[in-house]
Design a protein around this ligand. Structure first.
Ligand code: FES
Ligand SMILES: [Fe+2]
Length: 456
């Protein structure tokens, strides 16, 4: 005997899961960062931050950068100098993270070999001098030059003879700005973290409409987008929003390969005037390996940056990605932030599985340029370094500008916003070569003139 048959409900639709089940291949050319890979070689032509100075104590630290295992250590009479060497001792591969920091370098724990910060073998105590001399002439430990700057430790991991000047950005030396270092790990490839900086639209949706808002309330509005390429390696993405009578131009920026800035996270919401307010962070997206990255940054505070009340560990995390890092899985699902958005793509996002849209054109622009520079390097054309315009600083554009410029009766306001956004950037490009000291005042003066004169 059977009960009455109840037909299972049939779902109708054009299901395509089976046809699309094959995973697309990773974009190896720009995703792989290890030694000898195309993108790895490219990235090795630049200075990168690799540690927060205050986190390096009296003991060596093992770190992984660009797929290489390294050891950072202090040396010198006062242990106030810093060295960076390959992790494994060249005698029999003991890890130098267990080494001793000494005046002249780092000593391996296993048989006491002493290495200078540039990798020279200084002592091989158990060996006779003839064998040791032969070895010293023949080889050395791998090592990289280090610069400590404003609380971050930077290194250059490329060919020694091609070491570029260390670039100093205008954003590093403002009077009246308080900066605090922070770091934020991401469990994914560097490119998908970098993408977000030339994707101003995600600020409206991920950070503002989907999750609370995580930043200022005014970011809920859709902006009129514009993208710019300055020089061969400097990309800007501006989002121009209408806030009542005001026009708010927020500018994100990327200097290849991995330097990023934006406007403020919390200080500006478009309701108050703001003339060339500067970036809440100055940050680098540094690949640890193919599927892990770490952001090293300064969070910036003051009257033209974010409020000092956010200068806490939690505040830095919120500035970096909209939420604190240590959250429950449920909280991450209810209020996802950048980590969830970019890590959720997987260790290496498959670009062939994307459908890029007009709002993604900044991403298309910069990825194309990265790919070109990677290919150029394979043909012995070195990539361009950050450009110093004016005196000695690399000039940056990450900002908020809010001008009182009401909508025009009967006119298309998006077209009006588009023209104002262009005018705000064009007046800055016009003074790019001006001296470092005069640039800010000149830009602010021109912005105020634009506000009072309007545009045709
Ligand atoms: S393994 Fe380092 S000295 Fe022997
Ligand atoms: Fe974001």
């Amino acid at each position: 005997m059977f009960n009455k048959i109840i037909q299972p409900q049939v779902m109708y639709g054009n299901f395509s899961g089976y046809a699309q089940a094959q995973p697309a291949a990773a974009d190896e050319e720009i995703a792989r960062v290890g030694p000898g890979t195309p993108a790895g070689e490219y990235l090795r032509r630049f200075w990168h931050p690799v540690f927060v100075t205050d986190d390096l104590g009296e003991l060596p630290e093992a770190i992984r950068i660009l797929g290489e295992d390294l050891v950072l250590f202090r040396y010198g009479e006062k242990r106030d100098q810093i060295g960076l060497v390959h992790k494994h001792c060249i005698h029999r591969r003991a890890s130098l993270e267990y080494g001793k920091c000494e005046v002249n370098g780092i000593r391996c724990c296993y048989h006491g070999w002493l290495y200078a910060p540039d990798g020279e073998i200084l002592e091989t105590p158990a060996e006779d001098s003839k064998t040791a001399d032969l070895l010293r002439k023949r080889t050395r430990l791998g090592a990289y030059p280090v610069i400590e700057y404003r609380g971050l430790i930077f290194t250059y991991m490329g060919p020694a003879e091609l070491k570029p000047d260390f670039p100093v950005y205008d954003a590093c030396i403002y009077e009246g700005m308080t900066s605090q270092t922070y770091k934020a790990p991401y469990r994914c490839n560097w490119i998908q973290i970098l993408d977000a900086i030339l994707d101003p639209t995600h600020t409206t949706y991920l950070h503002s409409r989907n999750s609370h808002p995580q930043f200022s309330e005014g970011m809920k509005a859709d902006g009129v987008l514009k993208f710019y390429e300055r020089n061969a390696n400097h990309f800007l993405g501006s989002s121009t929003r209408r806030v009542g009578e005001n026009v708010w131009v927020r500018v994100n920026e990327l200097i290849l390969p991995n330097f990023t800035q934006a406007g403020s996270a919390f200080a500006v919401d478009g309701t108050q005037p703001c003339y060339f307010g500067r970036s809440c962070f100055t940050r680098w997206v540094v690949p640890v390996d193919d599927e892990n990255s770490v952001v090293y940054a300064w969070a910036n505070f003051g009257s033209r940056w974010d409020p000092h009340e956010y200068n806490t560990t939690e505040g830095h995390e919120m500035i970096e990605q909209g939420e604190v890092l240590d959250r429950s899985p449920q909280d991450k699902k209810r209020f996802p932030a950048d980590s969830e958005a970019v890590e959720g793509m997987g260790g290496i996002s498959t670009h062939k599985g994307e459908n890029l849209m007009p709002t993604d054109r900044g991403i298309v622009m910069y990825r194309r340029r990265v790919r070109k520079q990677i290919r150029d390097l394979a043909n012995q054309i070195e990539p361009p370094q950050p450009v110093k315009a004016g005196d000695s600083l690399v000039k940056t554009y990450g900002q908020d500008t809010v001008l009182t410029m009401p909508p025009r009766n009967g006119a298309d306001d998006d077209a009006h916003l588009d023209r104002i956004g262009s005018a705000v950037m064009d007046l800055q490009f016009a003074v790019e070569g001006i001296s470092d000291n005069d640039r800010d005042a000149e830009i602010i003066g021109r912005l105020k003139a634009l506000e009072s004169n309007g545009i045709d």
